[in-house]
Design a protein around this ligand. Structure first.
Ligand SMILES: N[C@@H](CCC(=O)N[C@@H](CS)C(=O)NCC(=O)O)C(=O)O
Length: 244
């Protein structure tokens, strides 16, 4: 299996939460896989059926979308425990997964690509190594493209305060959903929702580009414990900033 993704850095496997979610799932299942990093959207469009990553390549088949990829992994690893055994547990885990993938993801997206200060920091961190004028052109093209994505999703018109409040509220919902356990719904093993949350949470401290979001995360010990438990279950080390 080959995981096609956007690259990471600063201790995380990918700057794309759904790509990182798939990596966590593959590691949790102890699957054998390789990672292929792509740096340009135009390259991704050549092989990805949706033009996006993650894409998991299995025997020449290209599967796009992290939720569909996890469905396939559940088929391939029926005893892998990626979902709860009972139907209600499975349903709840799916709801959590989509809460993170399709709701929290967009606030993370805003805080990285639209928040006025974070956006500048992130583009510098990502593209600072490019020579001029390629750096200037890439910053402008990528920045505008991502702003359009946020516009089409409805988060671009928010204020930074609203986005931070949405993040804080979502993490409070998570603390309730953990019910005292290390994983959502008090499970003993991480489920799909747990992987999706951890993959978003570890983006906060990426090269110190989202200081306020990091502070919001660090104020929630139960969420920190959830992410630490997911990373431990997947046999991965957390980024250095996590313990600083
Ligand atoms: N819901 C999809 C989201 C995939 C997605 O939006 N991927 C982003 C990276 S995080 C992407 O490929 N963006 C490139 C583009 O929009 O052209 C999933 O869970 O896989």
């Amino acid at each position: 299996m080959i995981l096609h993704q956007y690259p990471g850095g600063d201790g995380i496997g990918s700057i794309s939460p759904p790509c990182l979610k798939v990596e966590l799932a593959l590691r949790l299942l102890q699957a054998e896989f390789k990672v292929r990093n792509h740096r340009s959207m135009s390259t991704v469009r050549k092989f990805s059926p949706t033009g996006r990553v993650p894409v998991l390549e299995i025997d020449g088949e290209f599967i796009a979308d992290s939720a569909l990829i996890l469905d396939r992994l559940e088929d391939l690893f029926p005893d892998g425990g990626l979902s709860a055994a009972d139907p209600e547990g499975r349903m709840r885990d799916r709801l959590w997964e989509h809460y993170f993938n399709d709701y929290l993801y967009w606030y993370g997206f805003y805080l990285r690509w639209v928040h006025p200060m974070n956006r500048v920091r992130f583009l510098d961190a990502l593209l600072g190594g490019l020579p001029l004028p390629a750096r200037w052109i890439a910053k402008r093209t990528l920045g505008r493209g991502q702003f359009r994505r946020a516009m089409s999703h409805g988060t671009a018109g928010k204020t930074p305060e609203q986005a931070h409040q949405a993040l804080a509220d979502a993490l409070d919902v998570v603390e309730t959903g953990l019910g005292g356990g290390p994983f959502l719904e008090g499970r003993e093993r991480p489920g799909r929702g747990d992987l999706a949350l951890a993959a978003i949470a570890v983006q906060c401290g990426f090269r110190n580009t989202m200081p306020e979001a990091t502070a919001i995360l660090k104020a929630r010990p139960a969420v920190l414990r959830q992410v630490e438990s997911v990373y431990a279950a997947c046999g991965l080390a957390l980024p250095e900033w996590w313990n600083s």
